[in-house]
Design a protein around this ligand. Structure first.
Ligand SMILES: [Zn+2]
Length: 162
């Protein structure tokens, strides 16, 4: 066997091993729930936001936060209003890249949408990223309350007055 062929073979085998390792790793993430450590972090942040909402608006909200991998890949999270029920959905697959971003930036952003629903404000203007939304987002401690996000992360079905 000549030397070049030997090197080539070794490289090929290494690449395959690496590829299998990477794929397995990503599949593991896909098929498993988020770690307890991340869940705890989400709950902690959720409590802080709820306390802030209580202080700012004198209301107690209990909005379910769901971690799903079935929402559009380009969305970090969503706020939904379906038949009177408000929910926040966080994109599970996005936690793999940066859990802190998901918890500190995305969660308050979606909370602000959820509060808009709570206040019966169902505007679709600018994907729901109105000045009112921005004010709520900032009030509840949001770090990224950009009005020009260019995505649509709200879903409204069966509104009370339609
Ligand atoms: Zn949004």
């Amino acid at each position: 066997m000549n030397k070049l062929f030997k090197i080539f073979s070794i490289l090929t085998v290494l690449s395959i091993v690496l590829l299998v390792a990477v794929t397995t790793n990503s599949n593991n993430f896909k098929n498993n729930p988020l770690s307890n450590k991340i869940i705890e972090k989400i709950e902690k942040k959720n409590n802080i936001i709820k306390q802030t909402i209580n202080r700012r608006y004198a209301i107690d909200v209990d909005i379910p936060i769901k971690i799903e991998d079935k929402i559009k890949d380009n969305l970090f999270g969503m706020a939904t209003y379906r038949d009177g029920k408000i929910e926040i959905i966080l994109n599970k697959n996005r936690f793999q890249e940066n859990e802190n971003y998901m918890i500190d930036y995305v969660l308050p952003h979606e909370y602000a949408h959820a509060l808009m629903f709570h206040f019966k404000n169902f505007t679709k203007q600018n994907g729901g990223h109105t000045k009112k939304w921005q004010q709520i987002c900032l009030n509840i401690g949001g770090l990224k309350c950009d009005r020009f996000v260019g995505h649509n992360d709200i879903l409204m079905e069966k509104l009370p007055f339609y």
